[in-house]
Design a protein around this ligand. Structure first.
Ligand code: ASP
Length: 342
């Protein structure tokens, strides 16, 4: 009997590539433009430098594109100070940290993702293994954790003291009708934060890869999955066009297929900046106009020439959405645009 794995191996031994099934078809990219390589992330100066340094070191020494985006994304995942990604992320309503992450690789147009993953500090590395070492794309919950353990990851408590205290504040102030009381001295840690991170890269050959990783919306219902691990919502790329990543209210990015829409805008001729603005406008339109919006989403994009763009639904002067990037010209921060003043 010929099973799928042997079938694909046989074909490749014969030098035949199989579209769709294997996800192993090289997507040619004629572009190897002067800007490349470039690596970007959806963060400001401080985080941007920390996050992009390892990725840039790999890319600029002609290392692996996937290693570059993974090592950069791992920086925020492993940093307990960041309460929106990986270890130290804010938990769900029960106080349990559940992580979502996705990865996509341009040359094969293949991808992998994990969702509602508990106890593993680096979910994007697990997503990469889903892409590279399974025949699947998306593994969630207990199954994702078992898969990670099978690959040697340690199950650890991801809730830091800082995140526990922020969660407890929410919990104790939730209602006057339950039995949880806030402390009399009001001594609590800081507020609920949002964050997530997108890391996108193009190498010297014009090939692209991207990652989105997050602890999702704080206080979510256990099992809620956001846009970040959904290919086309929180992350999408096409080697022949460019890459887009999203952060912010995931439900809106899911129902607009936000990142896919952004890539298709670039395919139709828009610049990365125009594509990001088009996604934000699309979400505003779906919701019935600017006065109906009480949330924000932020898009970052890069085409395979290494041109970048960034836009958010909401912002204000001095609080523009930001994008950090590293190229041969060094480290830079781009202040993006916003569609609604808030
Ligand atoms: N997009 C993430 C989610 O909805 C949250 C965020 O970016 O802050 O899960």
């Amino acid at each position: 009997m010929i099973n799928r794995r042997n079938f694909i191996k046989t074909l490749s031994a014969l030098g035949i590539s199989l579209p769709v099934m294997g996800g192993n078809v090289a997507r040619s990219n004629p572009a190897a433009k002067k800007n490349n390589p470039v690596i970007i992330c959806s963060r400001d100066e401080n985080w941007g430098r920390k996050v992009l340094k390892p990725g840039w070191d790999i890319l600029s020494s002609k290392g692996s594109l996937l290693d570059a985006v993974e090592k950069s994304a791992n920086i925020t995942e492993l940093d307990p100070e960041d309460t929106s990604v990986g270890y130290g992320g804010l938990p769900n309503e029960r106080g349990v940290v559940q992580l979502d992450a996705s990865i996509m690789y341009g040359p094969t147009h293949n991808c992998g993702s994990v969702a509602a993953l508990e106890g593993i500090k680096t979910p994007c590395s697990v997503a990469r293994l889903v892409m590279e070492r399974t025949d699947h794309i998306h593994i969630v919950g207990k199954g994702a954790q078992e898969f990670a353990v099978a690959h040697g990851f340690k199950v650890e408590n991801l809730l830091t003291e800082k995140s526990r205290r922020i969660w407890l504040r929410w919990k104790e102030n939730l209602s006057d009708e339950d039995d949880w009381f806030p402390p009399k001295d009001g001594n609590y840690d800081t507020d609920r934060t949002t964050g997530t991170i997108n890391v996108l890269a193009v190498d010297g050959n014009g090939d692209m890869a991207g990652i989105t990783t997050t602890s999702g919306l704080a206080w979510k219902i256990p099992g809620r999955i956001g846009d970040s691990p959904i290919i086309g919502a929180g992350l999408y790329l096409d080697n022949e066009v460019g890459a887009v990543g999203a952060t912010g209210r995931g439900e809106e990015l899911l129902r607009s297929c936000g990142s896919f829409y952004g890539v298709e805008q670039m395919r139709a001729g828009k610049s990365p900046q125009e594509a990001c603005e088009a996604v934000c406008q699309r979400i505003i339109d779906i919701n019935g106009g600017k006065d109906k919006i009480d949330f924000s989403d932020k898009m970052v994009a890069m085409n395979n020439d290494g041109e970048v763009g960034c836009a958010a639904i909401r912002g204000s002067k001095g609080r523009e959405p930001e994008l950090a990037y590293w190229s041969k010209k060094g480290f830079k921060v781009l202040k993006g645009t916003y569609l609604i003043e808030s």
